[in-house]
Design a protein around this ligand. Structure first.
Ligand code: ZN
Length: 196
């Protein structure tokens, strides 16, 4: 399969509901190759998650991984506030997400398919995801904090939803501005100053 480019907002595949992976595909070589290609694209970006439609592929598959080296710019306080913790690679096929009701948690979020921008996005704090791995082994993961945010973001991709559909629109900005101006301020201050 080789290297596939990450498609950008405007591509219709990002606005469609992706199709279920069939039992016959699980563990089969083309699917394993696709998963490997997704993992490579995510790591190369680098990003903490990727959904198959972002590579132009109409299948319900997500990969996610968060590593210490991707959070070096965050202070210990920021890590705690975001619930950001390293976790090993997860491959989830046909994920079904259950949101645990809570007050919205709001943080900046970006997307490899909306390259260069970010915005504050409300999400629930905790989710349960059920699905299988690429070989069909059932999995269930209950998680809160940043991994739960990534899961909500990636599962949205499978239904044709982007974070820009959920963001506080007035906080949307280019990373060249958001990074130095807003990223390290308390979210409440950002919201007040931007009128969001
Ligand atoms: Zn995304």
């Amino acid at each position: 399969m080789g290297k596939l480019d990450i498609v950008q907002a405007g591509h219709p595949v990002l606005r469609a509901r992706a199709r279920e992976v069939t039992p016959e595909e699980l563990g089969d070589k083309p699917l394993l190759t696709l998963v490997r290609t997704m993992i490579e694209a995510m790591r190369r970006a680098p990003g903490v998650g990727l959904a198959a439609p972002q590579l132009g592929i109409d299948k319900r598959i997500i990969v996610l991984e968060d590593a210490e080296k991707l959070m070096l710019r965050l202070t210990p306080e920021e890590r705690v506030a975001r619930g950001r913790v390293p976790f090993p690679l997860k491959v989830i096929v046909n994920p079904v997400l259950e949101l645990v009701p809570s007050d919205d948690i709001v943080f900046f979020e970006g997307c490899l398919s909306v390259r260069g921008y970010s915005a504050l996005v409300p999400r629930v704090n905790e989710v349960v995801v059920r699905g299988t791995d690429e070989k069909g082994t059932p999995l269930e993961w209950r998680v809160s904090g940043w991994p739960a945010r990534i899961l909500q973001h990636e599962c949205d991709h499978l239904d044709g939803t982007l974070y820009i559909d959920r963001m506080l629109t007035r906080t949307f900005g280019h990373n060249d501005e958001v990074g130095p101006r807003w990223f390290d301020l308390p979210v409440a201050v950002v919201r007040e100053k931007l009128g969001a």
